[in-house]
Design a protein. Structure first.
Lengths: 243, 318
């Protein structure tokens, strides 16, 4: 295993009386795709939210290549090289498709602006299958195309760590194939990814390693094929009626 | 490109004509233009912050009054350019203090806070004048002719529009549009929300402070009730909303007809002025929530849209 890029230690999150994440620890290795799995409501999105800075952890620590992320505001975490997509797509509706991507280019660590940025935005849109659509209004895109645009926006940051929250959800089988290839292509380029996903076909195809959560607790971690055979994991998925 | 050059030519020409106005106008006309330019600048500065961030500020008159008071207090001890500089710095200091403590407040809380702030500053100045200086009002004797005040205001108005134009085309302008759409996404793209809003609030507030400072010598006598009159904040807001606060020219074009209307109303119906003002405010907010220009554009668009729909339908029929 290569060195850990992301280290999550004893992470917890309380919402009032509800403990959504309990004492969760895991590593994400550089250059790999790690799956973050678990039934509905098990706390996956909450973990991503704490990594990206949407929420402050109630306890525990998050480090990216030795730099502490926990406690920092989202814009500083972004500046350290973390980008994400959202489970419920968040587009910038009053901007054009290209401007959605330009916004990420303009505020990333090595800012890009002007003609160079426009060219880069076009290239990124092409990469996710939206070539030539830059001038359309983001609000007019179909749901799938909005997801593509959101991915282009996340990639524009040239992140060290990319967080994908059910990015493949809602795709039809053909689109799913394309989506899986797209993410596999990112891995080839050396992007480190933490992938929250319910689509098992994609998890098996993409994730070398997986972390499984249930009711806020980590119940398994390791080689994806082995983890998915783990009786406790099988039980969690069946018990949650969410295979 | 052609259109850009054309707009700039019109802008330069208008500026030149306006700059020459003092040579042709009587005192009354010039006075009217000074008041008008003051509100054009106030409304544009208001739009620069509130129109682009969605934070509705009623603190305009707090900064306006601070500018005026700085001139009243310092015009005999410092040379005029330094007085303006100190006024601007006072406005900047107040803006940073207020911004740091309030830009976390959302929606109506911010509106109420800024309104309260204007009252607080007025009360503080009143208290200081009565208890420390022992007077309520101050006299300003400066040998600045109205034409000098006018030219300064004209320069400030042009600078405000130019700065706004530049910002709209800059990274800061894009950041503002992203923030207006989705603050969570903005933060995740690396945009420092607090700093962006604070920078804009400070810039807008300094301009407002300068309007107060430049206009101060016009009054000769000032007291808190005059320069901290909340009507200034409301008028500024209504003008910007009428023209469309998020547009470059919106606030300025909203200010012109409303200023003239208010002048006429206050001359002809001095007793019912406030009521008429309130009614007009309500009418504007209800009828044209995004300003006349957005309203006009929307109507033009729907017409264009209808035209486009027809051939598509025709094509789909075999
Ligand atoms: N902002 C919040 N406030 C209160 N409770 C929350 C909040 N966000 C999440 N929760 C709760 O925390 C628990 C974990 O939610 P989370 O969204 O992390 O689950 P998840 O694993 O992503 O589920 P899914 O697969 O359905 O997306 C749930 O019980 C949820 O209701
Ligand atoms: Mg989730």
């Amino acid at each position: 295993m290569t060195a850990a890029l992301l280290t999550v230690s004893s992470l917890s999150k309380r919402f009032g009386g509800l403990v959504a994440v309990k004492n969760v620890s895991f590593d994400v290795a550089a250059g790999e795709i790690t799956g973050l799995l678990g039934p509905n409501g098990s706390g996956k999105t909450t973990v991503l939210n704490m990594i990206s800075g949407s929420f402050k952890p109630s306890a525990g620590a998050i480090e990216l290549a030795g730099a502490r992320l926990s406690g920092l505001p989202a814009h500083k975490i972004a500046a350290l090289g973390v980008a994400r997509t959202f489970q419920l797509v968040r587009i910038l509706p009053s901007l054009t498709v290209a401007e959605n991507v330009l916004a990420a280019l303009a505020f990333r660590r090595e800012r890009l602006w002007g003609v160079e940025a426009k060219e880069r935005a076009d290239a990124l849109l092409e990469e996710v299958g939206l070539s030539g659509r830059g001038r359309e209004s983001a609000a007019d895109l179909t749901y799938i195309d909005q997801k593509r645009m959101e991915l282009a926006r996340a990639l524009a940051a040239e992140p060290r760590l990319l967080l994908l929250d059910e990015w493949l959800a809602g795709l039809n089988p053909g689109e799913l194939r394309v989506g899986i290839d797209l993410i596999a292509g990112l891995r080839e380029k050396g992007v480190t990814i933490l992938l929250v996903e319910h689509v098992m076909e994609a998890v098996r195809a993409l994730c070398g390693r997986a972390v499984v959560m249930n009711a806020g607790v980590k119940i398994a971690e390791g080689n994806t094929a082995k983890v998915l055979e783990n009786p406790e994991v099988v039980q969690a998925y069946l018990g949650g009626e969410d295979a | 490109m052609m259109k850009g050059a054309f707009v700039w030519a019109i802008f330069a020409l208008t500026l030149a004509v306006l700059a020459a106005a003092p040579f042709f106008l009587e005192a009354y006309g010039l006075g009217l233009l000074i008041g008008l330019l003051g509100y054009v600048t106030l409304a544009s500065a208001w739009g620069l912050f509130s129109g682009r961030t969605g934070y509705v500020s009623l603190a305009t008159v707090a900064f306006f009054g601070v500018g005026a008071y700085a001139v009243a207090a310092l015009n005999e001890v410092l040379p005029y350019p330094l007085v303006l500089l100190v006024a601007a710095l006072a406005g900047l200091g107040l803006a940073l203090a207020v911004g740091l403590s309030t830009l976390r407040l959302a929606g109506v809380y911010f509106v109420i806070f800024t309104f309260g702030l204007a009252e607080l500053v007025r009360q503080l100045v009143t208290w200081y004048e009565i208890n420390v200086t022992g007077t309520l009002g101050r006299y300003i004797f400066m040998d600045l002719g109205p034409e000098h005040i006018y030219w300064q205001l004209l320069a400030l108005a042009a600078a405000t529009l130019f700065i706004t134009w530049r910002i709209d085309r800059s990274r800061l302008g894009l950041a503002l549009r992203v923030i207006a759409d989705d603050e969570v996404v903005a933060a995740h793209l690396g945009i420092d929300l607090a700093r962006t809003k604070l920078a804009l609030f400070a810039l807008s507030s300094v301009i407002v402070t300068l309007v107060g400072a430049i206009q101060a010598p016009r009054w000769t006598y000032i007291e808190p009730a005059i320069v901290f009159n909340p009507t200034v904040s409301f008028l500024t807001l209504v003008m910007a909303l009428l023209g469309g606060a998020s547009r470059l020219w919106g606030p300025a074009l909203g200010a012109v007809p409303l200023f003239l209307l208010f002048e006429w109303l206050s001359a002809n119906f001095p007793n019912h002025y406030s009521i008429l003002l309130g009614l007009l405010f309500i009418a504007i907010v209800f009828a044209l929530p995004k300003g006349v220009f957005a309203f006009a554009e929307m109507h033009l668009k729907t017409r264009g849209g209808e035209k486009r729909i027809v051939p598509v339908e025709a094509e789909s029929k075999p």
